[in-house]
Design a protein around this ligand. Sequence first.
Ligand SMILES: NC(=O)c1ccc[n+]([C@@H]2O[C@H](COP(=O)([O-])OP(=O)(O)OC[C@H]3O[C@@H](n4cnc5c(N)ncnc54)[C@H](O)[C@@H]3O)[C@@H](O)[C@H]2O)c1
Length: 438
Amino acid sequence: MRIAMIGGGYVGLVSAACFAEFGIDVSVVEADAQKLAALRAGRMPIYEPGLDTLVAENTRAGRLSFGDDLSAAVDGAEAVFIAVGTPARRGDGHADLTYVYAAAEQVARALKNHAVIVSKSTVPVGTGRRIAEIIRQTRPDLEFDVASNPEFLREGSAIGDFMRPDRVVIGAESEHAREVLRRLYRPLYLIEAPILFTDIETAELTKYAANAFLAMKVTFINEMADLCEKVGADVHDVARGIGLDGRIGRKFLHPGPGYGGSCFPKDTLALVRTAQDHGAPSRLVEATVAVNDARKATMAMRVIAACGGSVRGKTIGVLGLTFKPETDDMRDAPSLPIVSRLAEDGVTIRAFDPQGMDQARALLPGSVVYCRDALDAAAGADALVLITEWNEFRALSPARLLAAMRGRVLVDLRNVYDPAAMRQAGFDYHCVGRPRAG
Ligand SMILES: NC(=O)c1ccc[n+]([C@@H]2O[C@H](COP(=O)([O-])OP(=O)(O)OC[C@H]3O[C@@H](n4cnc5c(N)ncnc54)[C@H](O)[C@@H]3O)[C@@H](O)[C@H]2O)c1
């Protein structure tokens, strides 16, 4: 079986490598010349654990290839996946579908055989129908099907998520489309992963509903953390106390600096706009977006308060820049407003991130000093702020950190450290939603 993947980014590349691992021939079309050159040279344009090995093995086996010739890639393909970006449109927050529609038109022009054109990109309700219209207008002679197969993988554990998903959602309206996608995902039947067949609109909306629900859960526990700080309660115990209730569940109940990343911010916004457009506004999601934006904007104030109310002329070490660990993705990372605000206030920022510093350079103020490791970031710092909970930060020696620093303020925005141990070691330790801990 042969398929084509349009877009070799986080989702396209991971999905392509995993389908190839299932034994399918996959041709990836990538428009960005630099990314394509890297892929062809066997270098990964993104950091994702295990991806380099999976890509290398499947390329060697001849099942995975990369190019920019769309006609060659779709020739003989039974399914053509569109996995291009759908960023938030500037100004109104609607999903920008320029890349999706452009890809649909290119695919329509290039196809010589019947194929199922599948949107793997996260797209608003109605996009599948619009893709079908574009293809019909471009190639009235072409026989094709459209389908929606939203992707639920998480960066940092993308391969495991793709290979052992909680579920696969497939929106399709013809038996042929369902049959092709069923065959593609056949290996997952063996591990009994639930495969949900729906119509196209339902599949499209399911993806947004999932992300909005998770974003809401994170935002809820962040608000509870704020309340804990006011009333002297411990948010970890609250999270455990509610999370052990099977109806609520323990995941996504970790307080922090607000959600970021390549999906939640843009997908919650796009859902808000879709719901408004259809006269069924989602007040919960609207509030989630507003509360999270406000939270991210005020995180720098927390650091300033921990430093005694003024940071002018101080040096602050920053541990972690990416929006979460195990990725190099900086899109909408909470570190961006925090670091920018501190730099505006005349702070010298010494930052370290295990994978994200290349991407961060383009997004953060030019004055940021990028460091070799966490200890280097702490060198001469008046305060240290942990923004991303990379595992290597958990094991740092408090004594060595303190010896490297000038001050002793530690702001832990992910609650990774034991408050009692950090205070005993000599830190002026601040965390989120645990006023009395330690
Ligand atoms: N990143 C995630 O964790 C994640 C998870 C689930 C769903 N999604 C969704 O998947 C989609 C893709 O996200 P991503 O993070 O992989 O984006 P990305 O920006 O990393 O990758 C998109 C790639 O598509 C390429 N591209 C754009 N137009 C093209 C064209 N016409 N032909 C060939 N290549 C083209 C771009 O150069 C880029 O490399 C989005 O809709 C996103 O919401 C992302």
